[in-house]
Design a protein around this ligand. Structure first.
Ligand SMILES: Nc1ncnc2c1ncn2[C@@H]1O[C@H](COP(=O)(O)OP(=O)(O)OP(=O)(O)O)[C@@H](O)[C@H]1O
Ligand SMILES: [Mg+2]
Length: 304
């Protein structure tokens, strides 16, 4: 098996490895025996919604995503253009938890989170996990045709092993954890030690990959701020000509209070303000390398 294949090896292997440990310790919740359930993505349906598809790599959305990914990966310590996956991360760095949020509803958070996940997994072959943490308005499962099932709230409230909530596509290194059962006080839930521990586990399990969390809007609910404390990078979606500036400022204030690593995606931008040829999205990274909220090593990115 090549180094690249090893790095992108399916979660099934990870689940198998953990399962043995679980069998020995006879833990109460043992629903990971069969490995993750798999599903097929209907790329035709997604393409009709303007989403990324691995068969159409020269569409505007695919090109725009490339620009976004390049800056995001650089900020997370991934080395661009490396043919060797082991050399793809800066040694000693493990910054792989990304939160996607925005000011208010309908600005394209789920669109950006889903497209980033699809593109990173299908185009770059990076092991990617997409989590729906928008419990009141979950949309990821619906976009991917997945049924309602065990999800993130079940893991946090009932102690389900996260492996039992993973759904894995057959078409590339992409896994999904849905929102789970409806729950109240989700901000408390996402701010809890259980959430911290779940995200620490996921970060470690996907050490060569990325975890993308689709969150509710930051002004409407405090869930995003609660989650922001646990992640390495916040991708903040701004809808061009729609999101009011004072609202952006308030939401960013809240987020920057708990995590300084915030970058912006300008969504649905018809005229690219940077003069690039990209039309519907663009990405603005901070130029400084601010310290991680999780206190991890934050030296030079080693950007290629
Ligand atoms: N750049 C884009 N190109 C095409 N369609 C888009 C784009 N951005 C968003 N959309 C569409 O706009 C609608 C709202 O987007 P989305 O659901 O991602 O917003 P959201 O911020 O997640 O909303 P909510 O806060 O309700 O979860 C969806 O139908 C989505 O497919
Ligand atoms: Mg959404």
């Amino acid at each position: 098996m090549s180094v690249v294949e090893k790095a992108g090896s399916p979660l099934n292997a990870l689940v198998g490895k953990k399962k043995k440990k679980k069998d020995k310790s006879r833990r109460k919740v043992d629903d990971t025996r069969r490995g993750p359930e798999t599903f097929d993505i209907d790329f035709d349906a997604l393409r009709a919604l303007g989403c990324f598809s691995p068969d159409a790599l020269s569409t505007p959305v695919a090109m725009e995503l490339r620009a976004v990914k390049r800056r995001l990966l650089r900020r997370l310590g991934f080395l661009r253009m490396s043919p060797d996956r082991q050399a793809f991360r800066t040694p000693g760095r493990q910054r792989n938890l990304i939160l996607v949020t925005s000011t208010q509803a309908g600005e394209g958070k789920t669109f950006c989170a889903l497209n980033l996940a699809l593109s990173l997994a299908m185009e770059d072959q990076i092991e990617t996990m997409l989590i729906d943490a928008d419990v009141p308005r979950p949309k990821i499962r619906a976009r991917l045709g997945l049924k309602n099932d065990i999800g993130v709230t079940d893991c946090l409230i009932d102690g389900h092993d996260w492996r039992s909530a993973v759904r894995r596509t057959n078409q590339g290194p992409l896994s999904i954890i849905g929102e789970g059962r409806p729950a109240d006080r989700t901000a408390e839930l996402f701010g809890s030690p259980q959430a911290q521990s779940l995200l620490t586990d996921l970060s470690a399990e996907l050490q060569d990959g990325l975890v993308i969390i689709d969150a509710p809007p930051a002004l409407a609910m405090t869930d995003a701020v609660a989650l922001a404390k646990h992640v390495d990078e916040i991708v903040f979606v701004v809808e061009a000509n729609e999101t009011p500036e004072p609202a952006i400022a308030s939401a960013l204030d809240e987020l920057l209070d708990v995590n300084p690593n915030v970058s912006l995606i300008l969504n649905r931008c018809l005229v690219a303000p940077t003069g690039s040829s990209y039309s519907s999205y663009d990405y603005y990274g901070r130029t400084d390398d601010a310290p991680s909220a999780r206190g991890k090593e934050e030296k030079n990115d080693g950007e290629a």
